[in-house]
Design a protein around this ligand. Structure first.
Ligand code: 13P
Ligand code: SF4
Length: 312
């Protein structure tokens, strides 16, 4: 009965998608059913590139709010909808526009690089946007003597500082999902599995990144597990990525780093707000919809286009 219900839901979503000439874009942290029904699954950079070039009439964004907002900024004539308007992001929330504007007054000579996990208002105050897959390249595109403010993720910013030997000023923000992953748990898993490689998302704390065999975006992590000759991986990121890892390499073993015994804290509570039922309803009602003023779109678009240009 449950399978039949799910089957009906899948058929209804696909029918609505065809009728409305919609494209479904999904992030790797979405539940497996959503990843399966999506036209494209990717990391923040891949999703932005897809949103910009799609010729569908409507973009259904299965991810979090800042991602859908970025799609709207890059392709403003399309209707952009998302299953749950409350799918936010602790990193984006850690950088309120008023406080950031005040903070920037102290750094008038600095170039502002913002991680894509921020609101449209923060993007509009930035010179260049980056994602976890191109952050190093973007920072290194600037002269060594250039002063830089990096926001909002202090873990990603610190990681870039360490590998590019820069001293960027960091906004004090973190992702609640990655920042809670504890080094003690990582070490315990490494001791129990000496044959495993440790791979980590750069939103994790520095002590974990220093120990990792590979650090990268969700797409980077997935590709690494596909290409590597290793058979076992300790994965320090959100649980959703395991679905594609197991699908691509069923013969390999993936161990997610547990947070503690009492919660599944490395399930992003915002990403996991999206469900198949909400996906169906948002396609049916064409709502909730991302709406932004033309002025904000124009100001936020410039630093994103600069990123896309530098990522080629
Ligand atoms: P990626 O761009 O690596 O997919 O990261 C998005 C994100 O929100 C990580 O927490
Ligand atoms: Fe934001 Fe962290 Fe969730 Fe990514 S995992 S969407 S950074 S709260």
């Amino acid at each position: 009965m449950k399978r039949k219900l799910t089957g009906n839901l899948v058929d209804s979503i696909l029918k609505l998608k065809r009728e409305k000439k919609a494209v479904i874009l999904a992030h790797y942290y979405q539940i497996p059913e959503i990843q399966e029904i999506a036209d494209f699954v990717g990391d923040s950079l891949g999703l932005s590139q897809n949103a910009r070039t799609t010729n569908a009439d409507m973009i259904v964004f299965c991810g979090v709010h800042f991602m859908a907002e970025t799609a709207k900024i890059l392709n403003p004539t399309k209707k952009v909808i998302l299953p749950d308007l409350y799918a936010g992001c602790s990193l984006a929330d850690s950088c309120p526009p008023d406080l950031f504007r005040e903070f920037l007054r102290k750094y008038p000579e600095h170039v502002i690089i913002s991680y894509i996990n921020c609101s449209a208002q923060i993007k509009a105050m930035s010179d260049i946007i980056c994602t976890s897959s191109n952050a190093v390249k973007i920072v290194e595109s600037l002269p060594r003597e250039q002063k830089i403010v990096f926001a909002p993720d202090k873990n990603l910013g610190g990681y870039i500082n360490s590998i590019t030997d820069r001293n960027m000023v960091l906004w004090n923000g973190t992702c609640e999902v990655h920042d809670i992953i504890k080094i003690e748990q990582v070490i315990k898993l490494k001791e129990m599995n000496p044959d495993a490689q440790l791979i980590a998302h750069p939103e994790c704390q520095a002590v974990i990144l220093e120990l990792a065999d590979y650090v990268g975006s969700t797409t980077g992590l997935l590709q690494y597990t596909i290409k590597s000759n290793f058979k076992k991986f300790i994965v320090a990121t959100e649980t959703g990525i395991l679905y594609q890892m197991k699908k691509a390499s069923p013969e390999k073993e993936f161990l997610i780093v547990p947070t503690d015994q009492t919660c599944s804290c490395n399930d992003c509570p915002y990403m996991k707000l999206n469900t198949m039922e909400k996906l169906f309803l948002c396609l049916k009602n064409e709502s909730p919809e991302i709406k932004l003023s033309t002025n904000l779109i124009e100001r936020a678009k410039k630093p994103i286009l600069r990123m896309l240009e530098l990522s080629k």
